[in-house]
Design a protein around this ligand. Structure first.
Ligand SMILES: [Zn+2]
Length: 272
């Protein structure tokens, strides 16, 4: 644990290892960020990141809407130009900002700024929403890419789902949301698309966080009350992927606590 004396948000970005030209995925709780930097707005925070990494860098923020088809017909229809993000205020502000493009995946769209927009190498609406051809696959192939967690834990680490697909965990393509009537189909204004996977519960990704911190492969930074994790993507691809392959069950919640994790455990208990 490293305590920072950061007078400003840009100083925090430097302390977190962000260089000009950096490739960055961000997950953040603005409530937690505001406690450390009370005068900062979401727009200013994003502009500070953009100024630090410059347009030759890339900023990626999930803008998920989870527009899965539901058996009872109650699903929403994804429109990349109007559908609100369901993953927080930072995401909702960012995808609507100037020079940001949004991918067309009905369930798991990403908002992109900088080099990633025009670099190619990712599908806008891949059948594996968080797999090899998604923006996460592109991120995994970039040298020196980072994922920045501001006031959130690995329970917000979307890249954990990419690790599940890449490992793969035995239940990678088993949808755990049947009890909610969710089908393996995304619905958008251009129609329906069958999906290979429906990502499940991420709460237990915190076990990977604990493992990386305890083995001192990762250190947390603290700016006042704000906890920051600046994670090299290569660490997740090396130590993270090895951990998931060695202990796939640790990526599920303990039995009896979580319907989606229980569904996956029951379907694959005999396979492990
Ligand atoms: Zn769970």
């Amino acid at each position: 644990m490293v305590k920072l004396k950061c007078g400003s948000f840009p100083e925090l970005l430097v302390a977190a290892g962000l260089q000009p030209g950096a490739t960055l995925m961000l997950h953040g709780s603005f409530r937690a960020i505001r406690r450390a930097f009370p005068a900062l707005t979401i727009e200013e925070m994003i502009q500070d990141i953009q100024a630090r990494i410059t347009p030759s860098g890339s900023l990626i923020i999930p803008a998920f809407t989870y527009c899965f088809k539901k058996r009872d017909g109650s699903h929403e229809i994804f429109d990349p130009g109007t559908s609100s993000s369901k993953v927080g205020a930072i995401s909702e502000t960012f995808w609507r900002m100037h020079d940001v493009v949004r991918t067309h995946a009905p369930t798991h769209s990403f908002a992109l700024w900088g080099r990633v927009r025009t670099s190619g190498g990712w599908d806008s609406a891949p059948v594996s929403p968080l797999g090899a051809h998604s923006v996460l696959g592109w991120l995994a192939r970039q040298p020196n890419a980072r994922i920045l967690l501001l006031g959130v834990s690995f329970a917000a680490l979307t890249f954990g789902h990419y690790l599940e697909v890449m490992a793969p965990v035995p239940w990678a393509d088993f949808s755990p949301w049947d009890h909610l009537g969710v089908e393996k189909t995304g619905v958008s204004i251009t129609g329906e698309m069958q999906l290979c996977e429906v990502p499940g519960c991420a709460r237990s990704f915190r076990r990977l966080e604990t493992h990386l911190l305890q083995s001192q492969k990762l250190a947390s930074l603290h700016a006042g009350a704000l906890r920051v994790l600046s994670i090299p993507v290569h660490l997740l691809l090396d130590a993270g992927l090895a951990y998931v392959r060695r202990h796939p069950l640790r990526f599920l919640c303990d039995a009896g606590n979580c319907p989606p994790c229980d569904a996956r455990r029951q379907a694959f208990a005999t396979a492990l």
